[in-house]
Design a protein around this ligand. Structure first.
Ligand SMILES: C[S@@+](CC[C@H](N)C(=O)[O-])C[C@H]1O[C@@H](n2cnc3c(N)ncnc32)[C@H](O)[C@@H]1O
Length: 250
């Protein structure tokens, strides 16, 4: 624990316990501590992250689900009834889909991501639910039979402005894929594309739910409104989270 504390790990005691539980030999524990001290994310070393009370597998390089994304999942759940057709776009490990599967009991649930490492990870996390995970750019790999029929599209897409990526903690900057972080010059490049596609993929009355930075809300809501969607914003100060839902008129 002293090595973790000296390396600046804020929750050194908790981390030491988790690493000890993950190691089956003293040599393995020493190796895990070494790599944690060198800056690898705890979740990549453990192979899992806690998200909304569930344990979600996270492979090296794959985005670690953040606690703040619980707000996105709650906001999405609040606007969607049971038996919905749901797509988790930019799914990463599939964390949001995993939670939504339990909360919404959807009639159809699928996930998609561009990054092959994320897709492999999400496929493993969602296999027991029979949830398909497609690989490709945004909506491109999703079966076209669902176009215009989705009740909910959840997308925690990358939204960090390119220049701000360099200011992120090394755990994210060096150990998560840049495609998972970089949202272009104002951070909204991928989200704008997600919103443009949502107009075609949502059923009338369906909702898009996305996460963003608090400083991006105004521009994002304007972009959503320009597309004919009706945005609504949720904030959670404790989680330092902002989620935007946008309804396609019925
Ligand atoms: C911020 S991470 C979020 C991952 C996951 N939704 C979560 O909350 O843990 C963004 C994800 O978007 C994916 N992504 C980025 N650009 C994409 C694109 N054009 N099409 C599909 N996925 C994309 C990345 O590979 C990454 O897994």
């Amino acid at each position: 624990m002293s090595r973790l504390r000296a390396a600046g790990c804020v929750f050194a005691e908790e981390e030491a316990e988790l690493l000890a539980a993950a190691a089956d030999t003293p040599e393995r524990l020493a190796d895990l501590v070494e790599r944690r001290v060198a800056g690898l994310p705890l979740e990549h070393l453990l192979g899992w992250a806690e998200f909304c009370g569930l344990r979600v597998g996270v492979d090296p390089g794959v985005f670690v689900p953040r606690a703040r994304t619980a707000l996105l999942v709650s906001a999405a759940t609040a606007v969607t009834g049971p038996g919905a057709a749901v797509l988790d776009l930019c799914c990463g490990s599939g964390a949001a889909a995993l939670v939504l599967a339990g909360r919404l009991r959807p009639r159809w649930l699928a996930a998609a991501d561009l990054d092959p490492a994320a897709v492999a990870c999400a496929r493993r996390n969602l296999a027991h639910l029979g949830v398909p995970v497609y690989q490709g750019d945004l909506y491109e790999p999703v079966p076209t039979e669902w176009r215009g029929r989705l009740d909910l599209i959840v997308a925690n897409a990358p939204y960090v402005p390119t220049e701000a990526v360099a200011l992120m903690p090394p755990e994210a900057r060096l150990h998560e894929a840049s495609v998972a972080l970089d949202g272009g010059s104002d951070g909204l490049a991928v989200l704008r594309r997600v919103a443009r596609g949502a107009v075609h993929w949502l059923a009338p009355g369906g909702h898009l739910a996305v996460e963003a930075g608090v400083g991006q809300v105004e521009a994002l809501c304007a972009a959503l409104a320009d597309l004919g969607l009706t945005p609504s914003v949720a904030y959670d100060e404790e989680l330092d989270a902002t989620a935007v839902t946008a309804r396609r008129p019925g």
